[in-house]
Design a binder for this molecule. Structure first.
Ligand code: 5AD
Length: 436
């Protein structure tokens, strides 16, 4: 199994189990399965997900033992700050130094970092973000899988290729059985310990239907389920939590209420945020974030997006570039060239890490990979520590057309996994999520 390292429960503290990983102690909520001291378990996102038979755990650990320390050493080596500061303005350097010693940066300081166009300054900013990621979060890199269960959507978001604007799209809705089969394969065959189920806001699936599917998944498999079905209503959130979902992926898209209203006609930012906050109160792990490079989006507004994500206590940041889709009103809203957009994205990832160094995961998103083939390598070296793979059955993938030419749309799952593992290996990252 590649996506988690088994740990041993060494203590119980109320709702938490204390878990030992090669001498390092982590805590995870002991709520979904019953474990006792001495058991071997898999944890994800701070939850104990699965008890593992001792024999199996010891065999997996034997394989991991050597690699684990090897990877850690490589990561540490790569995260070292070299002394080259040529071409970096003194005032800029002072801001990064302040971040390195753990002081909170002011908004003008963060703004200064985001505004820089000097290559040397940006490189140092990425290195600083990577250093902080290594210092606080070590080398674990979360690998989530996403299954896109339906591309029907009742919303008319101006930027989105599966919105009601797209009259040419062939719509699909996976049946309950198809979903259960895809989940079964992801968990049992490919070893995923956490999955995101995603769709447009599909009136064809009620919250009760979705809850029933999640309940069935939880009965069949030990896996952490994130839901990403748009705004399913506060009652819907409660129903799905009760059914066993423990994570919500819902971006607020932009923290600028006026821009939000323009891009999502008839919708309000407030309602979106209410969903995310309610989910947090219910106990969901939150993945949220915004689009980068939207027409009319100011740089300062991106900074507010980063602050808002932190305020929402995101378990993971999900920021991706806006990519115009030909069948939407923003088809002609041509953003800057790919290279400039990639730089802007990297700065956003780095800034998110610098502003929230200690706990949050930061994802390199598929949209970023779509505009920039080296997104995973460079993103992970600029503060990010999470990647997403697409596990939607291949026959549906190209129809989940939120933006054109989606990365991995034509790639077999096995190929995505082996490519990711190889890449993480080169960077000294362990494809695992060691909890909190
Ligand atoms: N470009 C990039 N990302 C997009 N999304 C929707 N449309 C686009 C686009 N044209 C993102 C939104 C949404 C997520 C599922 O996909 O942020 O929340």
């Amino acid at each position: 199994m590649c996506y988690a390292i088994p740990g041993r429960v060494v203590d119980r503290q109320g709702k938490y189990a204390v878990i030992d990983y090669f001498g390092e102690k982590k805590k995870a909520l002991n709520e979904l399965v019953e474990v006792k001291i001495g058991d071997y378990i898999y944890a994800q996102g701070g939850y104990v997900i699965q008890a593992v038979p001792e024999k199996e755990a010891l065999a997996t650990l034997a394989v991991w033992r050597e690699t684990f320390f090897e990877l850690q050493a490589k990561d540490l080596e790569l995260a070292r700050l070299d002394s080259s500061q040529a071409g970096v303005d003194k005032s800029y350097l002072r801001i990064l130094d302040k971040a390195l010693v753990g002081k909170t940066l002011s908004r003008p300081e963060l703004s200064r970092l985001l505004a820089s166009t000097a290559g040397a300054e940006q490189r140092l900013m990425f290195k600083t973000a990577n250093y902080l990621r290594q210092k606080w979060m070590k080398n674990s890199c979360c690998v989530h899988g996403v299954i896109e269960i339906s591309n029907h959507c009742r919303q008319g978001c101006q930027y989105c290729g599966i919105s009601s604007w797209n009259k040419r799209l062939v719509r699909y809705r996976m049946s309950r059985e198809e979903i259960l089969t895809a989940v079964g394969e992801a968990v049992e065959k490919h070893g995923f310990k956490s999955l995101v189920l995603q769709s447009g806001e599909d009136p064809g699936y009620s919250a009760a239907d979705l809850a029933e599917i999640v309940r069935e998944i939880r009965q069949r498999h030990q896996v952490l389920i994130f839901i990403s079905f748009g705004e399913i209503g506060l009652d819907g959130l409660a129903q799905l939590y009760e059914a066993g979902a423990r994570g919500l992926l819902l971006r607020f898209e932009t923290s600028d209420p006026d821009l939000y209203r323009t891009l999502r006609p008839g919708c309000r930012l407030e309602t979106r945020l209410e969903h995310i906050k309610r989910a947090g109160e219910l106990g969901y792990l939150i993945i949220t974030g915004a689009l980068v490079g939207l027409p009319g989006q100011e740089r300062e507004s991106l900074l507010s997006d980063i602050f808002l994500t932190r305020e929402l206590k995101a378990e993971m940041y999900s920021f991706g570039p806006f990519i115009p889709h030909p069948q939407t009103p923003l088809a002609q809203a041509l953003p800057a060239g790919d290279q400039d957009r990639a730089k802007e994205m990297l700065k956003v990832l780095a800034l998110a890490r610098i502003n929230d160094p200690q706990e949050a995961k930061i994802a390199v998103t598929t949209a970023f990979e779509t505009i920039y083939p080296q997104a995973v390598e460079t993103g992970l070296m600029a503060g990010a520590n999470s990647v997403m793979l697409i596990l939607t059955p291949p026959k549906y993938r190209k129809n989940y057309d939120i933006y054109p030419h989606r990365a991995h749309a034509g790639q077999q799952i096995e190929e995505q996994i082996s490519r990711t593992i190889g890449l993480l290996h080169n960077l000294g990252r362990a494809p695992t999520d060691l909890g909190i």
